[in-house]
Design a protein around this ligand. Structure first.
Ligand code: PLP
Ligand code: ZN
Length: 364
């Protein structure tokens, strides 16, 4: 299989250790899945790899790496809200979808050392799957990352380096190590195999409900769930199994919103922002590396952005917890943003919201 550069169109075999193209563009996969059909879902496989016919997954190596990720329930929360319980995952966040595919690929091509930067959850996922795969792993997290996430990363046998400064600076430090030491950058934003995993979020919903909800609300930091979800929805559309794009609502933190600002101004590049601290640590991305791609899709599908208001996140978390849903702070931001959206634009009926991180991870 080949990568294809998102900027200059140059191709390279996916076995390359180069994290991006010489021109600076990020890699996409030169891969078009076959037409989606529920008949081609492997119903004997009780993990998200049941959709592997529509994923760029070759061979059976994934069987040794899988921790049973995916297959998370959709729970009715109230008349209008459906919750997709993606914190029911091996490492308690949706990032396992992407990390399982990425690390299975790393194993297949003989990578023996990976590095990754993360606000905590993606690093936690990569560390867990690298542990399963017997691949050495180092994760860089920004200072202030929840201790629960750091403890889990270390428990999986990875080195966890805490970098002072912002999340964006932490990414720079990790990329510096990739450049200087040539280690494999198992990064959820750069590496397109990750999106092959996050696509399954949508395939699962379709198999579970046999339809798509009218609204789908998705948090966007670097946009790994956003992009995977849209690629999968485009695939379902192209396959003729759904006939219209659901209304996507994207949310960003009030304190870090480069894509919301650009979307509202109709711009093609993320706005320059100076993030201020937010309790939604998982979406505090000032410089989303696939920002232009996210904005291209935003304009194409007329996607609306909404803020998670900082002073409403804890209230939303408490409201969810009262009804048995104990999610992490960043995930409570999703529900806070939903409520804000309804205030601004009227009730969003039949809305699917991801509960993508577990509560105990961010308790400190
Ligand atoms: C719980 C949670 N929600 C949302 C996100 C945002 O994901 P992305 O940065 O890929 O948009 C993250 C990222 O770490 C997260 O951990
Ligand atoms: Zn290029």
């Amino acid at each position: 299989m080949d990568y294809i550069c998102s900027k200059c169109g140059k191709k390279a075999p996916t076995t390359t250790r180069q994290a991006k193209c010489d021109c600076g563009g990020l890699w996409n996969l030169d891969y078009v899945p076959p037409k989606f059909s529920l008949e081609d879902v492997d119903s004997d496989e009780w993990s998200m790899f049941r959709y592997r016919k529509f994923m760029a997954v070759e061979g059976d190596g994934w069987k040794d790496i899988s921790l049973g990720e995916g297959m998370t329930p959709v729970v009715r929360f109230d008349e209008n809200v459906l919750l997709k319980m993606d914190y029911f995952m091996p490492t308690l966040s949706f990032k396992d979808r992407g990390a399982a595919v990425l690390i299975a690929y790393c194993k297949a091509i003989g990578v023996d050392y990976v590095v990754q930067d993360s606000s905590g959850n993606a690093g936690n996922s990569v560390a867990a799957y690298a542990g399963k795969a017997g691949i050495k792993c180092e994760i860089f997290v920004p200072e202030g990352t929840s201790p629960g996430k750091i403890d889990m990363i270390r428990a999986h046998g990875a080195t966890c380096t805490v970098v002072s400064g912002s999340r964006d600076h932490c990414a720079d430090v990790c990329r510096g190590k990739v450049d200087s030491d040539g280690c494999y950058y198992a990064n959820h934003v750069y590496n397109p195999y990750f999106y092959e995993g996050t696509k399954t979020y949508i395939y699962e919903v379709f198999e579970q409900l046999k339809r798509m909800p009218k609204h789908i609300l998705i948090p966007v930091g670097n946009g790994t769930l956003f992009l995977g979800a849209i690629y999968a929805l485009e695939h379902l559309l192209a396959s003729g199994v759904i006939d219209e794009m659901p209304k996507i609502i994207a949310l960003q933190s009030q304190n870090c919103d480069p894509l919301l600002q650009a979307a509202e101004r109709g711009e093609d590049k993320p706005a320059k922002v100076t993030p201020t601290p937010t309790i939604a640590e998982g979406i505090a991305i000032g410089l989303p590396m696939r920002g232009e791609e996210i904005l291209r899709l935003t304009h194409k599908y007329n996607i609306k952005y909404v803020h998670a208001l900082e002073d409403k996140i804890m209230e939303a978390r408490a409201a969810l917890a009262k009804k048995g849903i104990y999610c992490e702070h960043t995930t409570a931001a999703n529900y806070a943003a939903y409520l804000h959206y309804c205030q601004l634009y009227g009730t969003a009926e039949d809305c699917l919201i991801t509960m993508c991180g577990a509560g105990l991870k961010s308790d400190h």
